[in-house]
Design a protein around this ligand. Structure first.
Ligand code: ADP
Ligand code: MG
Length: 391
């Protein structure tokens, strides 16, 4: 789960990580009003969306007067913000953060993420803050330092000392000490909040040697949300992909991918195998969709709706092995989905298992247009042939 910068900053504050003073505003007038309470000038007006690269896209603006804050907020709220991470259509901004402008002396990068290969949290630190870390890692990998933290033994002072003392030139002793305790605090937050990412870019050193997190990004591991109810409440549904949101609502395991074959499958293992055979046949899946071993008719209907709402889908493959989910239930779910949203792309069905005859009969007696595949390989080949034809 992603969250907004202002929410992440509030959490940082609780863990002793200094952040600028700031207030959220939903209108230009509110932004104007915020200047009465926030130190300034200058003020910085920042678009609150779940995407980075806002600075370069015009989503972070410096203002010298309350009037300019109002203008900046209006401009940001009025037009969708396009950044490297939003796609060309951009993202509508519903709120801005009005923040105290900080005098920057030095921009650093600090994050804790999971190193999946090592199965451990890793602290990432760089003297090249404020830039995209991926780019820094590519062009100047020597500037990106990594410090693995064994969660069994936990945090050790050297985890901070090693990266902090690599800075050249070294900051003042007090700043250095603050930096090391900030690193420990970020790790503490990362663990306590079940993060998959906690990132500060830039972490700045001000002209008077103070450390402040100017940006804040926290992602929570979705699997931990059951025990992080307070954090779950911070979720902003307007920021979610509408299809992801719908899938979550109906308990479907859905992941959007970049291909053009919409696949509806029951069971995660079969869904993975289906994606493999689609790829082997020379095409790319548009999604992973596991309606679940014991899906109801309604879930099948919703699953099909989600696939139909995805504009990238050029052909659909339904691959069901009827176990707990019976083939007749599946067939009725498909028909209900097709009734709501016309299926304008080729549909290939492969059904096996419990009540398969009845399932086939239901589909055949309907006015749904579809092709039947005998097995998975044939199904993948058929669906691939269909997308190749339309391409
Ligand atoms: P993004 O990463 O989405 O571009 P940031 O929050 O990192 O957004 O802001 C972009 C840049 O704007 C920062 O690198 C920093 O130079 C500047 N900036 C952001 N917030 C402030 C602030 N409160 N005071 C001064 N400069 C800021
Ligand atoms: Mg940033």
């Amino acid at each position: 789960m992603k969250m907004h910068e202002y929410q992440a900053k509030e959490l940082f504050r609780k863990f002793g990580i200094p952040v600028p003073q700031g207030l959220v505003a939903r209108t230009a007038e509110e932004a104007f009003g915020a200047t009465k309470e926030i130190m300034g000038p200058p003020w910085v007006v920042k678009a609150q969306i779940h995407a980075g690269g806002r600075g370069k896209g015009g989503g972070v603006r410096i203002a010298q007067t309350p009037e300019d804050v109002k203008k900046a907020a209006k401009a940001i709220l009025e037009t969708p913000l396009v950044t490297k991470q939003t796609g060309p259509e951009g993202r509508k901004v519903n709120q801005v953060l009005v923040e105290q402008g900080v005098e920057i002396d030095r921009e650093l990068y600090l994050a804790v993420v999971i190193d999946r290969a090592k199965a451990m949290p890793v602290l990432i630190f760089s003297s090249a803050g404020g830039m995209e870390i991926e780019e820094v890692a590519e062009k100047t990998p020597e500037l990106v330092l990594k410090q693995l933290i064994d969660p069994g033994t936990g945090w050790m002072p050297y985890h901070a000392r090693t990266p902090a003392y690599s800075l050249d030139p070294l900051p003042d002793p007090d700043t250095l000490k603050d930096l090391m305790s900030l690193m420990a605090n970020l790790y503490r937050a990362f663990i306590a909040l079940d993060c998959s990412l906690a990132e500060i870019n830039p972490l700045v050193v001000t002209k008077d040697g103070k450390l402040i997190a100017l940006d804040a990004k926290i992602n929570i591991d979705d699997n931990a949300l059951v025990r992080q109810k307070d954090l779950k409440a911070l979720e902003d549904p307007t920021e979610k992909d509408p299809l992801d949101y719908k899938a979550e609502k109906y308990n479907l395991n859905y992941i959007r991918l970049s291909g053009n074959i919409g696949a509806m499958v029951n069971g995660a293992g079969l869904a993975m195998a289906t994606m493999d055979v689609i790829k082997l046949a020379g095409a790319e899946p548009a999604n992973f969709l596991d309606v679940g071993g014991g899906a109801s008719e309604e879930m099948v209907t919703r699953g099909l709706e989600i696939i139909l709402e995805d504009e990238n889908v050029k052909a659909i493959l339904i691959n069901i092995f009827g176990g707990i989910l019976r083939c007749d239930v599946l067939a009725r779910g498909v028909l209900a989905g097709a009734e709501k949203t016309a299926i304008k792309v080729p549909l290939i069905v492969r059904l096996e298992g419990t009540n398969v005859e009845e399932g086939r009969k239901i589909l055949q007696e309907s006015n749904l247009k579809f092709m039947v595949a005998r097995d998975m390989v044939e199904a993948a080949e058929m669906v691939t042939a269909q997308v190749k034809k339309t391409a």
